[in-house]
Design a protein around this ligand. Sequence first.
Ligand code: 6R9
Length: 648
Amino acid sequence: MTQSCYPVPAEWAERALIDQDRYAAMYAEAATDPDGFWAREAERLDWVRFPKRIKDTSFEEADFHIRWYEDGILNVAENCVDRHAAKNPDRVAILWEGDTPGEERKISYGELKDEVSRLANAFKTAGVKKGDRVTIYLPMIPEAAFAMLACARIGAVHSIVFAGFSPDSLANRIQDCGSKLVITADEGLRGGKRVPLKANVDAALGEDAGKIVETVIVVRRTGAEVAMQEGRDLWYHDVVQAESTDCPPEPMGAEKPLFILYTSGSTGKPKGVLHTTGGYLVWASMTHQYVFDYRPGEVFWCAADVGWVTGHSYIVYGALANGATTLMFEGVPNYPDFSRFWQIVDKYQVTSFYAAPTALRALMREGDEWVTKTSRASLRVLGSVGEPINPEAWEWYYRVVGDSRCPIVDTWWQTETGGHMITPLPGATPLKPGSASKPLFGVMPQLVDSEGVVLEGATEGNLVIADSWPGQMRTVWNDADRFFQTYFTTYPGKYFTGDGCRRDADGYYWITGRVDDVINVSGHRMGTAEVESALVAHAKVAEAAVVGMPHDVKGQGIYAYVTLNAGEEGDVALRKELIQWVRREIGPIATPDALQFTPSLPKTRSGKIMRRILRKIAENDFGSLGDTSTLADPGVVDALIAGREDAT
Ligand code: 6R9
């Protein structure tokens, strides 16, 4: 296979913060003198007390602990807001572009400080104290960032639930972390469509979650009429109006929780990934600066949603810690037409643009003209995140969007890692389309075989990280045991990422995708077990197995195999009903792309479903089903193949 490689352009090597030599020197220093390296990187933040203890970590079972900057004291909102407001009060912190073209807001650092302080005071008035949890269920409006920073300001722990999740998913997340306050909007607006957020909150609080939540603050976004429950629900504009803009930031220990973000794993129940204060912010700030080669004054646009980790680390925390102007877009790439992204780039003179391959593939198939009719001359760096980017989409991004001028940083990382881990640096790394390339400072990737043997040189295996880095998650909320079991027992002494990976002869890493029961739909993680439990919750379903299938735009689609209860008939109407059912239970992102009824599932004699076979059939690849002799009933395979064509 021939493979293209783009050298670092000379002008980039010259002007970039980090060139090839500097990358090598910094990588070596972080490995040999982590305390020295990370103490220096910590200087990028303002500390109430600068830490003396820097790295204190062990992945070994007997002595398992992850602590960074433990004796340091700081406040995240102070670092993301106040220190910039003091120096540059008029600099724009947030540029907001609404769903409808022409709707916009500009919030300066000075204004941001007032907004965040008022809301922080309103949280306090509502009884929120240091360490309490607040659930944020908001669309992409500046109030989402205000709410995050207001929590950070008073030491409350936020848990953002993506506004596309269902009332049930919201209720589960509220209950798991015990939020006493929920902040939401009357409705969301995406691509001209309204999302009934307040009504979803009401539904979520109907049952057990309703016993925990004391206050619901509602932002007026569309002006729709919504039910307000006396004694519980308050309008945002009423509560903040009554509050002062003076709210001293709470001094926080570096290892105190900053936020919880739920993410899918191999089991049915999403995990509450916990990030803490000091290490996370150093990591978010450092990666934002180096990976996008960010310079003050530039306009940075991360097109993710704040409901995902990418939005947390790069729309809000990393960008604002660096005093950047961050762009927040409420809408979608194809509304009102396929040119929207690039029109926004021109309108705000965006310098860095960061998006998921799924969005690029969706735009790519609409033709180049939507892109080429815009200028995009302001762009310097392009970023990709969330899933492997196929070389075809990479080349299109590079040639058509970036006019063969802008380096592409293909950033591999996870909710668990807090920020970028393996990625090119624009002034240091020759680019290979489809490869996330090289590890960042302090990141020690290894490839291991299924026995845990470390593989050297050009090879392929399971991706593990051999030592801790500051942005690493600290625990699963309320379940330290699950944290250890999930990430540190498969390959003892190492963090297991759940991803497969290839390393080429130049030491470049190529992520091949998940090796566990997680599928990546449009850059969003979905646990197959979550979809399965939603399906079996339907009265007519006996059993379900869900696998990923290749999908042109989404990367992976969701393929469900369903066995019905005796006497039920799997017809077109029921297929539709089940697909809608999953959508309602979890949210639109979990909507199955294909659903096949089958009299039984392929199981081993010990009752384990052989997903390998189900994946092959979903891929329409019947020739290489592998060994089927261990199946309890090998005949099931023929039935599955016969039923394949009725699946969609
Ligand atoms: C940031 C984010 C994490 C999973 C991860 C991997 C996949 C993310 C990628 C990538 C190939 C990249 N992934 N970035 N695969 N190349 N540049 O997406 O976090 O939602 O937790 O997903 O996404 O499989 O394990 P999260």
